[in-house]
Design a protein around this ligand. Structure first.
Ligand SMILES: CC(=O)SCCNC(=O)CCNC(=O)[C@H](O)C(C)(C)COP(=O)(O)OP(=O)(O)OC[C@H]1O[C@@H](n2cnc3c(N)ncnc32)[C@H](O)[C@@H]1OP(=O)(O)O
Ligand SMILES: N[C@@H](CCO)C(=O)O
Length: 354
């Protein structure tokens, strides 16, 4: 039986069914680390960095079984499990609107590909986002961060947790962050898995994000998100779902747009998309090829055959430049395949050795 919950978010009241956990689902406890002063690569500093995070499983006595999972643009620290009603109720309005179920719940958990019976899984909400970490949603003067600042914040959190090194995994922006982490902290990276992410943000993805920010700046974050959904999906998926009733495609985009205004901050959206637009692992490392050639951890790069945002061919080229493994997800759903095709994601992670 699902529980009916009411959430008041600004002027909105949301009625939602709180999902019951299935057998094997975790009941996570979100935490917050207070890491103090944190200096950014641009020179500015945050006086009191706070990071929302969740952990699943236990750190081994040898401290060698950690996995860091990096979230995508609008993801959160809540990667796995289903919150209890009282846990959800104690969170911020944005986190409540994100929902009770973790965004990679089918991939992370007991007996799942990232098996919490074996691994100590750490998932952090990046600084600048609005899901419990420090960001512009609570401080209008919050400075622009880079993805490199975010991976240094992740490393500081690992220090806080007593984790010397980890396997790192992520999709989309999370994949960019995982790759940056592996290049910034080679000695702390045991293995790397990058899903649906480039080594450098290209003009196509940049143009999409420009449109989304423009809509948001003009006061229409919902339109910005609806537009972005077209870059995250593929015509085949729309045909599959709504060929018989095409107006549902319009309703779907309207729904995703409207929901987004309740679950995300426009200021965080601008900051994170700018950070993604500046993504280039070659910056300060002698260029893209030189940076990728330097990758030392065992790595796999995973493309999605229908990804319109970061095409599979581009991900395959990155894998070749990094002399790493390549795998491909088959999906009708485009870029969001790394969130939807959990069975394939899990098979790929297992086959790679997770
Ligand atoms: C790491 C991270 O990125 S975490 C952030 C991931 N979450 C997002 O990106 C948020 C947007 N959500 C999504 O894109 C998807 O829900 C995913 C990727 C999480 C899962 O994809 P799918 O399983 O294909 O779900 P789908 O895209 O159908 O979305 C489901 C929602 O659309 C709604 N929906 C589906 N079809 C329609 C329609 N024709 N008209 C109106 N609403 C519709 C569903 O009711 C459901 O609403 P809810 O989220 O309020 O419960
Ligand atoms: N749909 C996901 C992936 C975007 O890259 C998100 O909103 O974070």
């Amino acid at each position: 039986m699902a529980t009916l919950v009411y959430e008041e978010i600004g002027e909105h009241e949301v009625r939602a069914l709180l999902p019951e956990p299935a057998a094997g689902d975790l009941r996570p406890r979100p935490r917050r680390a207070r890491l103090g002063r944190f200096t950014l690569e641009g020179g500015a500093s945050l006086p009191a960095l706070q990071l929302r995070y969740e952990t699943y499983g236990a750190l081994s006595p040898a401290r060698d079984n950690a996995v860091v999972v990096f979230h995508a643009l609008t993801g959160s620290a809540h990667a796995a499990g289903v919150y209890a009603a009282e846990t959800l109720a104690a969170l911020s309005p944005y986190e409540r609107a994100f929902g009770a179920r973790g965004w990679w719940n089918e991939v992370v958990g007991p007996g799942r590909a990232l098996d919490t019976g074996r691994y100590f899984v750490v998932s952090m909400n990046v600084p600048g986002s609005c899901y419990g970490s420090s960001g512009p949603h609570e401080d209008p003067g919050f400075p622009q961060l880079s993805l490199r600042d975010m991976v240094r914040a992740q490393a500081a959190l690992l220090d806080h947790l007593g984790v010397p090194a980890a396997r790192v995994v992520g999709g989309s922006m999370g994949g960019m962050l995982a790759l940056e982490f592996a290049l910034t902290f080679p000695e702390r990276t045991q293995a790397l898995a990058v899903f649906a992410a480039p080594a450098r943000q290209g003009p196509w993805a940049r143009a999409w994000q420009h449109l989304q920010r423009t809509a948001a700046r003009r006061g229409d974050l919902a339109l910005g998100r609806a537009l972005s959904m077209l870059s995250y999906r593929h015509p085949a998926g729309f045909e599959q779902r709504w060929a018989d009733d095409p107006v549902q495609a319009e309703r779907y985009l309207d729904h995703q747009g409207a929901k987004f205004t309740r679950r995300f901050s426009a200021a965080s959206y601008a900051l994170l998309t700018r950070a993604m637009d500046a993504h280039d692992v070659g910056r300060g490392r002698g260029g893209l090829e030189a940076a990728l050639a330097r990758l030392s951890a065992p790595a796999i790069f995973v493309g999605i055959d229908s990804d319109l945002l970061y095409p599979a061919a581009e991900v395959r080229r990155t894998a070749a430049a990094a002399r790493s493994e390549y795998a491909e997800i088959t999906s009708a759903h485009g870029h969001d395949g790394f969130l939807i095709e959990s069975d394939q994601v899990s098979r790929i992670l297992r086959a790679f050795g997770f």
